[in-house]
Design a protein around this ligand. Structure first.
Ligand SMILES: [Zn+2]
Length: 80
């Protein structure tokens, strides 16, 4: 199991923000990668699939946003 911090591309300010969400994955990437690349041709793990239902708040504009594009949601490994 490895721990990953979830970062998402923000449509409001076109920056990438950490969400504060941390998930554990058995088959995650070694380096930062989008979930689209990581799970190309595979089924998304449930913890990853449900991220698309989340609403985040942009720290720059304070506007809510969500991200449903698998290529714009990133897994960032956390080293222990
Ligand atoms: Zn933003």
């Amino acid at each position: 199991m490895a721990k990953y911090s979830i970062h998402v591309f923000c449509n409001e300010c076109t920056d990438v923000h950490p969400t504060g969400i941390v998930i554990n994955l058995d088959d995650g990437p070694v380096n930062k990668a989008s979930i689209g690349d990581t799970y190309a041709g595979k089924e998304l793990p449930i913890e990853v699939a449900t991220l698309k239902n989340n609403t985040f708040t942009c720290p720059n504009t304070s506007k809510p946003f969500s991200q449903s594009d698998n290529d714009q949601v990133f897994l960032v490994p956390i080293s222990n």
